[in-house]
Design a protein around this ligand. Structure first.
Ligand SMILES: [Zn+2]
Ligand SMILES: [Zn+2]
Length: 455
């Protein structure tokens, strides 16, 4: 399995294909700016800019060839250096005559090797990748050096949603063999297939990794729902141990686990493995600041955020934004005053890279709270002054609310694979007066538009 990925922001890969392939009579070109992250043995390139040359920027353009003017290429390199946040160039061109099974030509090889030689001789520490598009699939590669020789390493393109993606011409036909789980008679997902359809279930079960940060009352319900929904690879992240007071809500945790103070990730993964022994469940008993988590998070197709403190929520989102991975955040709230529930509610936020929306600009993480939780001693001081609630306050929690939000979160995630309903960035559940569910369009409309984090 290849470990080099190019990640596109929401909608950008589809827009690129549509624009470049709109003219079937001639090859077209685009230049992408990227940020390269090396995480363990994975290379992750996040696309941060797309440049389309104008007609006059081409020296020549035909059905099976194209040549750009040197000035255009130089101008983009200058632009790249002025931006200062780009270390990767990705060159994209089309083979409009090729309907599928696209491959780089000998001319492509020669041109790219020459260009890369010039590029690496001109600028330091620049990575160079390329993509070729047919009418229905793509091939992609990252150039590297093997001594004097340039070698092309295969690259997989990741889009925010699987629905936006295209097949990789180099990938083995993995979808050809259906999983036993999808067998219409005996598969454990047979009834799900009846509900959602085989193609949708294939998309969800194949090659998708979901990371869950926080596997307490909310995260454990989400994890269970994900496995029941057919997801086959989960990363569970939580450094906490099971306590007696958790047993009113953690799915898969038993009294003996609390007595033994077992790790939440261990307890929950055992539970999930019993539901689907073929699922791969990786347990990470670490805090979100632990560097060793990065490889697990970097390979995730979605990061589900289910912790209840601002510092870890902020940190998790920062990782998602850095790697360009879509984030699904879930939260609950129960307020009690004078023995009466004054609010029981929760929300699901979906923030895909490129959506220009995040927990910060939505006002869902408070800087003072982050500081209180991150800096020793400061929390107590701020709490004393009334800025934040005390760190050690035990929040009220009930399973029913967690179960509602956990199910809503996974339903919203599944919708990203099947698009049965329109995308809703913020979905709120309120269990006050009468229970109700609504898209929070107001928060989205009133978010800070000049957000430093997701802009
Ligand atoms: Zn070509
Ligand atoms: Zn933002």
């Amino acid at each position: 399995m290849t470990t080099i990925r190019i990640r596109f922001p929401q909608g950008e890969f589809a827009a690129l294909r549509q624009r470049l392939l709109s003219d079937p009579t001639q090859e077209s070109f685009a230049l992408l700016f990227g940020q390269c992250h090396q995480v363990g043995d994975q290379t992750l390139i996040k696309v941060v800019g797309v440049c389309h040359p104008a007609a006059e920027d081409y020296d020549s353009q035909g059905l099976a060839h194209l040549r750009l003017k040197r000035d255009y290429v130089y101008a983009r390199l200058v632009e790249m250096q002025q931006r200062g946040d780009v270390d990767t160039l990705i060159d994209v061109h089309t083979h409009p005559f090729s309907s599928h099974g696209v491959a780089f030509s000998g001319v492509d090889d020669r041109d790219e090797i020459t260009f890369r030689q010039w590029l690496t001789g001109t600028l330091d520490n620049i990575h160079y990748a390329s993509i070729v598009l047919s009418q229905s699939d793509y091939a992609a590669r990252l150039w590297a050096s093997d001594g004097e020789r340039a070698v092309a390493q295969p690259v997989v393109i990741k889009t925010q949603t699987v629905l936006e993606n295209w097949p990789c011409a180099d990938a083995p036909a993995a979808l050809a063999a259906p999983l036993a789980a999808l067998d219409p008679q005996q598969g454990f997902l047979a009834r799900s297939v009846l509900a959602l359809g085989l193609d949708n279930l294939r998309r969800m079960t194949h090659d998708q990794c979901i990371a869950i940060v926080g596997v307490g009352g909310l995260g454990s319900v989400i994890a269970e729902n994900l496995v029941h929904s057919g997801f086959h690879h989960l990363q569970l992240i939580d450094h906490d141990h099971v306590e007696m007071t958790n047993l009113n809500r953690i799915v898969g945790a038993y009294a003996r686990d609390a007595e033994a103070k077992r790790l939440k990730v261990e307890v929950v993964s055992e539970h999930l493995a019993q539901i689907n022994p073929n699922a791969r469940i990786d347990a990470h008993p670490c805090g979100i600041n632990d560097e060793c988590l990065l490889p697990a998070l970097a390979q995730a197709d979605w990061i589900v955020l289910a912790t209840d403190n601002h510092a870890s929520r902020f940190q998790t989102q920062a990782i998602a934004l850095r790697f360009g991975i879509p984030l699904l955040s879930v939260g609950t709230n129960i307020s009690v005053s004078d023995g009466q529930i004054t609010d029981m509610s929760g929300e699901v936020i979906i923030a895909r890279a490129g959506d220009k929306l995040c927990l910060n600009c939505l006002g869902r993480v408070a800087p003072t709270q982050i500081a209180a939780e991150s800096i020793d001693g400061l929390g107590a001081e701020l709490a004393r002054r009334g800025y934040v609630s005390g760190r050690d306050v035990k929040e009220p929690a009930v399973k029913t609310l967690n179960a509602m939000l956990g199910a809503l979160a996974v339903d919203a995630l599944v919708n990203q694979y099947i698009e049965r309903q329109p995308h809703v960035p913020v979905l709120v559940y309120e269990n006050n007066g009468l229970p109700c569910l609504y898209p929070d369009t107001e928060s989205v409309a009133q978010r800070r538009k000049d957000c430093f984090h997701c802009g």
